[in-house]
Write a protein that binds this ligand. Structure first.
Ligand SMILES: [Zn+2]
Length: 320
């Protein structure tokens, strides 16, 4: 059998983008499993959620948003540090960039390696990579909760840290009045999970419990379609938990009996593929996911840094 192409390097087909207006002044752009983005309109300004992989890619999103509103972008919110969500930040010309304090730390610690790694894994998302001016540095950071009043009768936007999950510093953007939740990569709606920098046990437990307790009626996950209605929202949350729990069970079993990483990968693949194998980026993510969870079972709390070199080593060991 021929080797699988590395990560998403062979995925070059353009995706269809859909701009949804979820409530008055609340926008989300989804793209068939590519990273989602959003924007929230306040009385006098806009708050953008996620920045895409390059300024050129971000400008394409902004051109679509500008058909609905011309207000200036005051805040750009980064849900977490991953390159495909932050390196387009300069296009927004935002007054301030907001993130969790751990996200700021992670960008400083491993932002450059993550840039190289994600570029190698998902080149299609990096439209005109030379347009990236450098790493993105948030200038407003918080560790628990930050509220932004939207003015008029629009209510508040609540930025919240719900515990360790997809990374050490994920935040969600919650509109209690409209009951709309931008969940970042903490929830995926019918797209595979990337957990290469994750804290699987925290994420599958308390963090998703905290997220579910918000009782959102509309949820924008990191990838996949918008979930509309309590039933669909809870289904997306529980699918995410199911993926994580399936990994924890299978990798845990093999680790406990003294098996190998390769055996853990194969057992997990076999277990998850019938339910999740057809979802975007499943084959791409799984080797990195299993490696990180294996590390957690080995007692490595702080995720090891992915480099272009380590990406290929793990891929070659597992996806053959
Ligand atoms: Zn991510």
């Amino acid at each position: 059998m021929s080797k699988k192409p590395f990560a998403s390097s062979a995925d070059l087909g353009e995706k269809t983008e859909t701009l949804d207006i979820l409530a008055d002044g609340v926008y989300a752009l989804t793209a068939e499993g590519d990273p989602n983005i959003g924007a929230i309109e306040a009385e006098d300004f806009i708050i953008a959620f996620e920045a895409r992989a390059t300024p050129v890619a971000a400008k394409e999103w902004l051109a679509k948003l500008r058909k609905y509103t011309q207000k200036p972008i005051k805040y750009l919110i980064l849900s977490h540090y991953h390159a495909v969500r932050v390196l387009g930040a300069s296009a927004f010309e935002a007054e301030s960039i907001i993130a969790h304090e751990k996200t700021k730390f992670l960008i400083e610690e491993r932002g450059k390696q993550d840039w190289d790694s994600e570029f190698g894994r998902m080149p299609r998302l990096f439209k005109e990579p030379d347009s990236i001016p450098g790493l993105t540095h948030p200038d407003i950071i918080f560790n628990d909760r930050l509220e932004i009043p939207l003015g008029g009768d629009r209510g508040n936007l609540v930025l919240q840290y719900l515990g360790r999950g997809h990374t050490a510093g994920d935040i969600v953007a919650w509109l209690p009045k409209q009951k709309v939740l931008f969940a970042g990569d903490l929830v995926e709606a019918q797209a595979a999970l990337y957990t290469g920098d994750a804290f699987h046990m925290d994420w599958a437990g308390q963090t998703l419990d905290n997220l579910k307790a918000l009782e959102a009626e509309i949820l924008v996950g990191g990838r996949g379609a918008v979930a509309v209605g309590r039933e669909a929202v809870d289904a997306a949350i529980e699918q995410t938990r199911g993926f994580l729990q399936g990994m924890i069970d299978k990798v845990g079993e093999v680790h406990k009996r003294g098996g190998t990483l390769k055996e853990a990968f194969e057992a997990t693949h076999e277990h998850l593929a019938p339910k999740f194998g057809m979802w975007p980026i499943f084959e791409h993510c799984l080797p990195f996911d299993v490696q990180r969870l294996w590390d957690e079972f080995d007692g490595i709390d702080w995720p090891r840094i992915w480099t272009d070199k380590r990406d290929h080593e793990v891929w070659d060991k597992l996806q053959d």
